[in-house]
Design a binder for this molecule. Sequence first.
Ligand SMILES: C[S@@+](CC[C@H](N)C(=O)[O-])C[C@H]1O[C@@H](n2cnc3c(N)ncnc32)[C@H](O)[C@@H]1O
Length: 210
Amino acid sequence: MNISDTEVIKAKYNKKASSYDMALGPMEKMMMGKWRKILCSRANGLVLEAGVGTGANLAHYPEDNNIEKVIGIDFSPKMLEVAKRKVSLAKVPVQLLEADIQSLPFEDNIFDTIITACVFCSVPDPVLGFKELRRVIKPNGSLFLLEHVRSEGIFLGPLMDRLNPLSVKFGGVNINRRTEKNIKLSGMEIISNDPLFKDIVKLLTVSPNK
Ligand SMILES: C[S@@+](CC[C@H](N)C(=O)[O-])C[C@H]1O[C@@H](n2cnc3c(N)ncnc32)[C@H](O)[C@@H]1O
């Protein structure tokens, strides 16, 4: 892991934390809210939400899914500050923790479910991040990932490659991540890959394959 890349991306999220929810507003109403509900309905047991951000998923975890607790981690203390205000909206027990996905403070094989939403566009070393998620999930656990990825379209894919440096510079967001490839490189297996918007936004179900 490149420490300075991590500090740069973390600083970007610290900076935009107070305006993050407002920026997300229209998207949240149009589609993200619906997708978050689908995503969180898959969770059960002890849940790790990696990159919990400002806690936009917290209210969507269902109370009737046998969820023991959701541990939401993020490396941005400012994003977590905003998330703290949403804990009371959750119908399940929630604990928030400052931690880096690339180096998690948990023992091996403890989580039943891992949830991420729009996180692996920002994790500085995504393969290392996925290896850490694989380490902490139980062998029979599942990962459910709502992620945007690079389009394979012949125009859109190269356009995303061109625009990516700007997106990283201004937002800390890679718009051309090949997330499915990164998952496979970490040793995990994609069980289902459901497109939610074109071939860009996907709901991935992943098995740790261990
Ligand atoms: C685009 S935001 C998404 C936040 C939230 N999941 C949502 O759906 O609104 C990406 C989040 O991932 C976090 N993040 C990125 N890399 C991380 C890392 N290595 N460890 C922990 N959190 C990370 C950022 O701080 C940010 O809160």
